[in-house]
Design a protein around this ligand. Structure first.
Ligand code: UDX
Length: 448
């Protein structure tokens, strides 16, 4: 919304939330989300055509277009628990809009939703409203965190789905005209509602599938001494495959991939398409396997025990340039290491302490085997091993000779993101391991 406000000075945007704390933060110097370039844009537009408020009803009444951008977490209870999307927040938005609106409006689904949710939104609006006309559009968001501003300013495409009726097509055109302020028309794809909703789930499923595919091959590389970076380059040079999104890692995280695939799985199951459901579910299972494979490899390499050993964790966010930890592979790895009774010293440049404690279910930080550190050198001091779990650029240029000198020997380093120079580290003295990388010592057992 900040980018739309920035690109369209003639459009007034009001962001409303029931959470007063969040709105206060958006109106302050400390925005609740860290995203490169966002603060500058918010500061430029705030108070001019970008407003943050908790006065939901006035904002609903004044708006011509309403974007529903609430969270749709995986349901944790009842039917579809663990797979389907929890739509209670979407439903309560639709109800509130229906009850409060006094004029016709376009309602845009921005949240990622199961296919055919637009139908439910429309039904709720119809029964709750007082004779107002609503058009429901689907306009899924494809930005990635850490590069959100550039993705929005220069998107590969914008997708808008709507009903294929004269009113629906007119609503689509209205939203197209918003994006057309800065996105070339040929990049704005319009479809029917269901294609748009399904495209979002499918795009995330395909992207996550690429990572699980390359990660599956990474374990074969470790078994055979092939190098996953060389394999990725060789296959990525085929233009049909393409060279992006082939970085093998400790696993994918983030708020979308797992949730959307599980959503797709649930959708398939509910239409009786069990083979299709199992096919996509395997992408998530492979990802879980990769995270646990990484921790098991650490344990087996450290002579089959890490109990009471200090392990330095470099990075906790699910990727670099964000403070977001949702579904971060670091959570699963740290949990595994804690289960093995290791002592963890965690450093992340952006993630806040309370978030790490929450993610690891720690109620009393004093009593637990976790220390949060202010810099990576402090984390690595007297550690038996380092695990790099987020690809922060800063981890590439640390003084690893200094770090090595301060660690217990043999000093192990496990690079879960393949960002450091393993040969250089080995020259310093480290026993260094990457994902899908050959091991020159070749004495390691294969951890499958
Ligand atoms: C993703 C989609 O890219 C985006 O289009 C959608 O709107 C939301 O979900 P995001 O989760 O923000 O975006 O980040 P992304 O860059 O896709 O990374 C997801 C995870 O995959 C991260 O944990 C990342 O580290 C990992 N990843 C990504 C890899 O392990 N290897 C890769 O080659 C790329």
């Amino acid at each position: 919304m900040a980018v739309i406000a920035h690109k369209c000075p003639n459009i007034q945007i009001t962001i409303v939330d029931i959470n007063d704390e969040k709105i206060k933060a958006w109106n302050s110097d400390n925005l609740p989300v860290y995203e490169p370039g966002l603060k500058e844009i918010v500061e430029e537009c705030r108070g001019k055509n970008l407003f943050f408020s908790t006065d939901m009803d006035s904002a609903i009444q004044e708006a011509d277009i309403i974007f529903i951008s609430v969270n749709t977490p995986t349901k944790t209870y009842g039917y579809g628990a663990g797979k389907s999307a929890d739509l209670r927040f979407v439903e309560s938005c639709a109800r509130r809009i229906g009850e409060v609106a006094q004029s016709d409006k376009i309602i845009v689904e921005k949240s990622t939703l199961p296919v055919r949710t637009a139908e439910s939104i429309r039904d709720i609006l119809e029964v709750t409203s007082n004779n107002c006309q609503f058009q429901v559009l689907s306009n899924p968001e494809f930005l990635a965190e850490g590069t959100a501003i550039q993705d929005l300013e220069n998107p590969d495409r914008v997708l808008i789905g709507g009903e294929q009726t004269p009113e629906g097509l007119q609503a689509i055109e209205t939203l197209v005209s918003v994006y057309a302020h800065w996105v070339p028309r040929e990049k704005i794809i319009t479809t029917n509602l269901w294609s748009s909703e399904l495209s979002k789930l499918t795009a995330n499923a395909f992207l996550a599938q690429r990572i699980s595919s390359i990660n599956a091959i990474s374990s074969l590389c470790e078994a055979t001494d092939a190098d996953i970076t060389e394999v990725a380059k060789a296959i990525g040079s085929d233009t049909r495959i393409g060279n992006r999104f082939l970085n093998s890692s400790v696993g994918f995280g983030g708020s979308c991939f797992q949730k959307d695939i599980l959503n797709l799985v649930y959708l398939c199951e509910s239409y009786g398409l069990n083979e299709v459901a199992r096919y996509w579910e395997q992408v998530v299972l492979m990802n879980d396997h990769q995270k646990h494979r990484f921790s098991r490899k650490m344990v087996s390499t450290l002579f089959n025990t890490i109990a009471d050993k200090k392990i330095a964790i470099f990075g906790f966010a699910f990727k670099k340039d964000t403070n977001d930890t949702r579904e971060s592979p670091a959570i699963a790895v740290c949990q595994d290491l804690l289960d093995e009774q290791a002592e963890l010293a965690i450093y992340d440049p952006k993630v806040q302490a309370h978030q790490i404690y929450k993610d690891l279910n720690i109620s009393d930080p004093e009593a637990e085997a976790i220390t949060l550190c202010n810099d990576p050198y402090e984390a690595a001091k007297d550690a038996h091993a380092i695990a790099i779990l987020t690809e922060w650029d800063a981890f590439k240029d640390l003084d690893y000779a200094k770090i090595y000198a301060s660690m217990k020997k043999p000093a192990f380093l496990f690079d879960g993101r393949n960002i450091v120079d393993l040969e250089g580290l080995r020259a310093i003295g480290f026993d260094a391991f990457g994902i899908g990388k050959p091991n020159p010592k070749r004495n390691n057992m294969i951890v499958s």
